[in-house]
Write a protein that binds this ligand. Structure first.
Ligand code: PAF
Length: 282
């Protein structure tokens, strides 16, 4: 595996593969890698000849008071895990390489509407930061395909919109959430949980499952199901930002008769903000 830190070196390697007509897959990450990231790599290998992984803690997607400084960073360990999984190229740039004029002054990509609801309502500017860095990575790597986890359901929806709206010739692949044995969605932020919080954390997915089990019932009242799930989380010691039943395609509030839904939640447990979701079809 080659590790490069500059756009020039990145372009050198990817350019060579392009000239040899190879199909390039991209796995963007912020590091703090765990098994779920490595499954994204495996998925990229299903349809690409060469796989580029990126490790970049993107300052633009962190708000004031968020965990940008605390976000887990261990490039040596990340590189070892990626190399073991067969990744050909690791791009781990400094902030100045991605945002030469500084993140605050940089041109940005904003996807209206979908960026402002759910997590976007609690993290203003977050999805603009995600959309901007992903658009930049698509421009720099020019991948044929890129893989993202469905745990970040709203993020994936934003990235799909960016790809269509800006005409990126990239196949965006979403991978089902990878879970621990007890059902907790894998996340770099799970390491913020104390042992006691870690024991309670799987309740988030269980409450989503209990909510989804009610969706098909005649006369199911989505708003009261959301309220009851919120109360359930509070009773377990979570501080929920939201629990919401949405249409799976456009993340608009679901109404009776909608067939493809997703139940989404974000909730704090101690200093970890956990997100999870559960797609559901009639
Ligand atoms: O999901 C993540 O790790 C990040 O939001 C991403 C897509 C790598 C953009 O920084």
């Amino acid at each position: 595996m080659q590790t490069v830190n500059t756009v020039k070196e990145l372009k050198h390697w990817v350019g060579r593969w392009r000239r040899d007509d190879m199909r390039v897959g991209l796995v963007p990450t912020m590091g703090g890698l765990h098994e779920a990231h490595l499954r994204l790599v495996d998925a990229a290998f299903h349809s690409a000849d060469r796989v580029v992984a990126t490790v970049f803690v993107n300052p633009m997607q962190f708000g004031e008071g968020e965990d940008f400084n605390a976000y887990p960073r261990d490039l040596d360990q990340d590189a070892a895990l990626l190399e073991e999984r067969g990744v050909h190229l690791l791009f781990a740039p400094p902030v100045s390489e991605i945002y030469p004029s500084g993140a605050a002054a940089s041109t940005r990509v904003t996807v209206p509407g979908i960026s402002d609801i759910l997590c976007g309502a609690f993290r203003p500017g977050h999805f603009t930061g995600v959309a901007t860095v992903v658009a930049k990575l698509f421009n720099l790597v020019r991948p044929d395909m890129a893989v993202f986890g469905e745990k970040d359901y709203q993020q994936l929806a934003v990235i799909r919109r960016v790809t269509v709206d800006l005409n990126f010739p990239v196949e965006v692949v979403g991978l089902p959430t990878v879970r621990e044995a007890d059902g907790l969605a894998m996340s770099s932020r799970n390491r913020y949980l104390s042992a006691e919080e870690r024991r309670r954390a799987p309740r988030l997915q269980q409450i989503l499952q209990e909510t989804a089990a009610q969706l098909g019932r005649p006369g199911a009242d989505f708003r009261s199901l959301e309220a009851s799930a919120t109360r359930g989380l509070e009773a377990e010691g979570f501080r929920p930002d939201y629990v919401s039943i949405r249409r799976a395609g456009d993340l608009q509030p679901a109404a009776a008769g909608d067939r493809d839904l997703v139940v989404l939640a974000a909730a704090w447990l101690g200093r970890a903000r956990l997100i999870d979701n559960l797609p559901w079809s009639a």
